[in-house]
Design a protein around this ligand. Sequence first.
Ligand code: OAD
Length: 250
Amino acid sequence: MEALDEQIFAALRSAERVVALTGAGVSAESGIPTFRDAMTGMWAKYDPAELATSEAFGRDAERVSRWYDERRCNVAACKPNGGHMALARLEQILGRRRKQFTLITQNVDRLHQAARSRDVIELHGTLWVWRCVRCGTETEERGGAFEVYPPHCSCGGVKRPAVVWFGESLPMAAMRRAQDAAAGCDLFLSLGTSSIVYPAAGLVDVALRNRAMVVEVNAEETPISARAHWSIRGKTGEVLPRIVEGAFGI
Ligand code: OAD
């Protein structure tokens, strides 16, 4: 892995308002497949139109709910990695210094919360909450696999995962908070995301327009790499602990 620029540590130390946007790459080292990695990504094996749209759920609720429930059960066996831990630590450190830190995630696995990040903006919902399509009641599902697919609500309606599907709007309050944080930050960290799915991918532009510095950490180059002030090729589970340690010590 490349050496880290001392200037990154200095930028993190001196920033007053930091935003971190995370994507599937941050959970890859916990054993959760990403979406777009060529061999291992979920969209290499499955067609999103068949699984991640409300039309797909309308056509085959059994298949779609089974797929999401399998993902929920797989995630239950996964632990946060060094990247999640470093971000939780960063929240604590910046909090103690009375600086602002906003963690925005596209991930639906809640591994940031498992690592004890306290305030996480979930842009794409979560696998852990299911919502009745008839009465709207949301329930947290912490048990094992469902017995029937799709699962049913006590009102008789069917339940769907409270995730954002293609073609759906993002939760409004979460998106507004994310936009405001991106507009007001002086340092924006783009972590383990391919930066091609909007509107999340547009947050970095909001930050850049407002003159924030941008640090990207990703295994590969992305469409924002050329615009970032620092673009680091590496695994977030390894790079993030080194950045937090470099900036603030052990
Ligand atoms: P992607 O799968 O599109 O991108 C993951 C990125 O992480 C890629 O650029 C990888 O190169 C990189 N990566 C993989 N392993 C890594 C590691 N250990 N460390 C650092 N980087 C690594 O995932 P997202 O950008 O999160 O939406 O995708 C955005 C959205 O598209 C998802 O939230 C999901 C998906 O379709 C919905 O389902 C609505």
